[in-house]
Every structure is written in structure tokens, then in C-alpha cells.
Write a protein that binds this ligand. Sequence first.
Ligand code: 13P
Ligand code: SF4
Length: 404
Amino acid sequence: MTTVFTKQTTIPITELEQSAFCQTDGNLRTKTLEEEFQAGVRWQKVPTRYLKLTPEEISEGIEFARKEIDTKVVILGHHYQRDDVIKYADFTGDSYKLSKMAAQTKDAKWIIFCGVHFMAETADILTSPDQNVLLPNMAAGCSMADMAKSSDVTDCWDDIELVLGSTENVIPITYMNSAAAIKAHCGKNGGLVCTSSNADKAFDWALERGEKILFLPDQHLGRNTAISKGISEDEMALWNPFLPMGGLSEDEIKNAKVLLWQGHCSVHTRFTVDQIKAARERNSETTIIVHPECTQEVVSAADMYGSTELILETIANAPAGSSWGVGTEISMVRRLATENPDKDIFCLDPVVCPCATMYRIHPAYVLWVLEGIMAGLAINRIEVEPETQRNALVALERMLEVAG
Ligand code: 13P
Ligand code: SF4
């Protein structure tokens, strides 16, 4: 009997919406929610009274709510959040730092996660059942995470097993930027989670335990990390989830040391080697620092690369007068420039193009969930289903142990 392969290539809606806030005039000023709703993306509906509030009115409302709430509320903010949200955060950080923060915040009844869906899910997995993790806008997903569907990952795993006879020596690693179900798959199958700040340690851990790595869902972080470990391009193969057997031959699957899932970040794949050349032509003293979600060509043309926290720390500790061309999300780059007025800090991409899902956390949504807490309501609570939670926790705890 022949199996007919019927999968169609689908592009996640979050990817199609990615350029919604891109502009050339450089203005990322927060407008009323009603005005921002004009951008062609899906927004979560909110009660109409939030639509016309100005940033000043929202600010007053947030300050009032925080004073009124008598249980502990912690607001976490990822570095890619806009300034008008980050100013309310009690803690800011990269995905690793924020996940550790969530795990350590034992006394907070409410954790408002200003970031994207996979980050809030991770916080829910790492906190106790009596803590409530709230994501202000449920439409704040991540296009990269949406590129790895759980059923496609299970099919891939079954295919690998069919070709190799067993998956015993294959260690699955998933980037934090993935759904809880993918993390659970890794936990169940001897693998772990990593973030951009500890992917190298996750690779070491995996290679001590197996012969092959299946890296999900960001091909670029996977490739850049493998190269940093001395693994050559010839030892890697790209798994296309829309093709039978990932589009690979049996020999390609057998010979690959690293199988890379065909996913990417649309924000970071905008950066190019030409932009780096232009930055160096402008000032030969400029140091180029990029995020490892950029392509291998960009990462190897840059002077340095690392997680958002590493980029932030490196620039904050750099000498006055230094110049930095940065390849990461614009809200963070602009904030870095404001916070370090003694340095020349600019984004490599001349088009102002924020991460469209991170940008969906408008401060009015933060006010909405805070007012919900005042009324005793858990608006937009993220709750990972118990079995998924158990298995995903295994993979996350391995990461926390490996990364320290
Ligand atoms: P960091 O872990 O470096 O914060 O990255 C998260 C992310 O989504 C980058 O696109
Ligand atoms: Fe996802 Fe890219 Fe946005 Fe990060 S920057 S949240 S990887 S879409």
C-alpha cells in the first residue's frame, strides 16, 4: 500500500502579519488602541472603554490599580516590549532570565507577562498552580513558534524512527520559542529546551548523550550554534515539515549530525550582510552585534552575537564614544540608544520594523488585566494542560540545570 502525502505548505498568520507595523518614518509612538487597531493584524477584543484611552489616562489607571490590588502582582517585560509597556515592568530580561524570574517569584499571586504566548506558557509551567500567569493580549504569539506544529513534530519523529530503526540516539532540543507541546515532546524523549543564551550548553549536553540532534524550530539558531561547536554545514540537514520525510533522503537523515527544523524569525531574517557593510562604511570603528536568530551569513559577518540580555549588557558596559550597529528588534535597539546617550547605537535595518506580535501588547491591555485583578477576575490566564505541563517541565528543568 502506498501512503499519499497530503500536507500543504501553510504560512502562519502571525508571519503574514509580521510587517504590519513596519514604517519608514521611524515613529513608534503609542497611540490609542482604536488608532492602533488600524494596523492589519488580529487584535484581541477588549471592552470598548479601553479603545479611546490616551497613554496618559492608561498610565493613571495602571498606577491606581497597582496601589489598590492587595495581593502581589509582578509584571515581567521582555526586552522587545515597547517603552510604554516596559516602564511598568518590575523585571525585564531575555527569555532565559524571565523564565528564571518566573520560577523564583513564589510569592506573587499574579504574574502579568508582557511578552509573547510561549513565554507566558513557560512561566505557567514553572510556577505553582495557585499562581496566575496572565498574557495581556492573547493575539501576541510568535511567528517562529507557529512554524512548528505539534502534529508535524510527531510525524517528523516517527519518520526519523522509521529510517534509523530507533530514536534512542537522537536528542531533541527545542528553542524556548515553541509551544508547550513541543517542549513536552522534548521532555518525553530525552531532550531539553534552550534559549539563545544557553544553546551552546544544550548542544554539549545533547552530544554527550546522543549522536544526533533534532533542533526545533529555528534553523538559524540551530545552524549558528552547530557551527560554533565545529559541526560543518555538510553534517546538517534541513527538515521541511511540508514534504514527505522532511524532503530528505534516507541517507541524508542517517548521515546528519544535526537535523534543523525549517523555521525562522521574520524579524531577524531581515538583517543582511549588505547592511553590515553599509554600517562599516559609515564608521569603520563600529562594532556589529547581532542576535543568533539572524542567518549564518549575518552572524559570521558580525563581530559579536548573543541573546538580547547579552547585547544589552555588552553595550551598557562599552566605553563612552563607542559605536554599535545592532541586529535585533527595533524597540530594544531604540531603548538602548536612549539609555546610552554617550554611545552611537543604531539598528542595522533602516526600516523601522518591530516584532508585530510583541508590539501587540499595548498598555491598554495591561490596564485591562490589572482592572480584572481588582475585580477578582483572571483575564487571559494561561494554563497549560497538566500532562503537557509535566513533560515540558522535565525539558525546562534540564535547561535550568544545564545553564545554571
Ligand atoms: P532572547 O532569549 O534573546 O530574549 O530572544 C527571544 C526572542 O524571541 C528573540 O526573537
Ligand atoms: Fe518570535 Fe521573532 Fe518576535 Fe522573537 S522577534 S518573538 S522569534 S517573531
